[in-house]
Ligand binder design. Structure first.
Ligand code: ADP
Ligand code: MG
Length: 469
């Protein structure tokens, strides 16, 4: 290996010898002497002290450098710059070029303090690491009533980024319900369907950190320019912009630019746009331009499917009754389901215990917020009536006023979501309806949740009481 490096080192010396006579001594000393070349047989990586070197070489000396490199290293050589960043690590940014169509590659594993990747003029095609978690795809995202709207809007966006009315697509919901998963799935899907598009996922906190560094170093134009080159920009947890006016302004500029060019923006938040606090009005207005879709707590059947899928993925064999026990008793969110499965798996593999309902009980006691009450059709009816101040006898009567009909629909919806009762049983307990009516009621309630904010809040309130939260 050493010999090879040594030989390649000589090759670089030969390159320099050819460049030197063609430029002034100062220029040579300033721009070429500090370069450290690393050649791996196909790619010549030029380590330069900072980005101005890469820019300078690219703008002013490429005409001289290119033929020399191709001659000395071979006609198929690729060129990339590795730039030292002002943190401790070297070269999270590299610029890759095949000498004709220069492309740029951002690598590195950093998360929180990734430095704003540089924009080097003259680079026509950039490749940006989209920073997606490989496990968060549509194929691993289990669909249910709780996420159907968000999922299908996400899929439409992925098929036709920038060309649907869903721009921005704004996905909101409580923690652990799959916001990050779903938006990353959009990113993967776009990359697969439209490999030519630049996709970038960034959390609002990271965006904020990059903004601060860029601001401190006087590099805001670079920062904004970088983001303006993205075709699908995914910004997670946008509520974190609250009370950060500088970052909001930067984001506003980027947002406008991308919108104008028909690029796709996908945002997530723990609240709908109207409930965001301390965010400039002009941004809020823009968040409302596209489409907002919520993620809700998964219903029993969806939980069951998620549990099966997660167990399969982690190679845990789970008896049906344990899966049912988990689905019935984990009320909080999908992250807790995952926590419970991991601890079940750990108990089973490290302690050699069989996965049984009693082990599941033990595990849930420690790891998971349990449903404090058992959810039955009766408890649902009581809670709905109590919350909406409807006397039980009116609820159970043949009365068909809007108020009563809606209360029954909500009760059916919650029963389908939180109990194992079949639709026929739900129907006969609530107003003596058949299963088709129950299904229709559930759809009506879901539609209203998706479109009517105060209705959604009302159902959520009832649900919280029901789950004992
Ligand atoms: P959020 O961003 O809303 O807090 P995440 O996207 O981080 O939630 O989801 C938490 C965990 O739950 C992730 O590991 C994710 O894969 C999983 N998850 C959430 N919803 C689903 C779903 N519908 N199908 C499969 N996994 C899910
Ligand atoms: Mg998240």
């Amino acid at each position: 290996m050493l010999t090879t490096t040594h030989t390649y080192g000589e090759t670089w010396e030969n390159c320099l010898a050819r460049i030197k006579p063609r430029i002034s001594e100062e220029e040579f000393a300033k721009w070429f002497s500090p370069i450290e070349p690393v050649f791996d047989g196909t790619t010549l990586s030029l380590r330069v002290p900072n980005r101005s070197y890469a820019t300078r070489i690219d703008n002013c000396y490429m005409q001289i450098l290119k033929p020399v490199i191709l001659m000395m290293y071979g006609p198929k050589t690729k060129l990339c710059y590795a730039v030292r960043i002002p943190d401790e690590q070297v070269s999270t940014v590299s610029v890759e070029t095949d000498m004709t169509d220069i492309s740029r590659h951002v690598t590195g594993t950093d998360t929180a303090k990734i430095y704003n990747p540089y924009v080097i003029p003259g680079m026509r095609k950039m490749i940006i690491d989209p920073r997606l978690n490989p496990g968060y795809t549509f194929s691993t995202f289990i669909e249910g009533d709780c996420n159907r709207l968000a999922r299908s809007a996400g899929m439409s966006v992925a098929v036709n980024p920038g060309n649907t009315p869903f721009n921005p697509l704004y996905i909101y919901g409580d923690s652990g319900l799959g916001k990050t998963h779903i938006v990353q799935a959009i990113g993967h899907e776009v990359r697969q369907r439209h490999p030519e598009l630049q996709v970038l996922y960034v959390s609002t906190n990271k965006f904020q950190a990059q903004y601060q560094i860029a601001n401190k170093n006087g590099e805001l134009p670079d920062f904004i320019h970088f983001y303006q080159m993205i075709d699908l920009l995914i910004i997670d947890d946008i509520q974190e912009l609250s009370g950060k006016p500088g970052t909001q302004t930067a984001f506003f500029n980027i947002f406008n630019h991308l919108q104008l060019l028909g690029k796709q923006i996908v945002l997530t938040s723990d609240k709908p746009p109207v409930e965001l606090k301390d965010i400039e009005q002009r941004l809020l207005t823009r968040f409302k331009w596209g489409m907002a879709a919520s993620l809700q707590l998964p219903d029993y059947q969806t939980k069951l499917r998620i549990i099966r899928a997660k167990c399969e993925k982690s190679g845990v064999e789970i008896p049906e009754e344990v899966a049912a026990y988990l689905a019935e008793n984990i009320s909080a969110n999908v992250r807790e389901i995952e926590g419970a499965i991991s601890s079940l798996a750990a108990n089973a593999s490290f302690l050699g215990r069989r996965i049984t309902v009693s082990l599941a009980k033990e595990v849930l006691k420690v790891y998971v917020q349990m449903c404090r009450k058992e959810i039955t059709l009766e408890s649902i009816i009581d809670t709905v009536c109590g919350n909406l101040s409807i006397p039980l006898d009116r609820f159970n009567s043949t009365e068909r006023t809007r108020e009563i009909a809606q209360a029954r629909q909500i009760a059916m919806f919650l029963a389908k979501r939180h109990t194992k009762a079949p639709l026929t049983q739900i129907g006969s307990a609530i107003g003596g309806r058949n299963h088709a009516t129950v299904l229709h009621s559930c759809k009506t309630v879901q539609n209203m949740i998706d479109t009517d904010k105060s209705f959604r809040a009302q159902v959520e309130d009832i649900e919280k009481v029901l789950l004992g939260k």
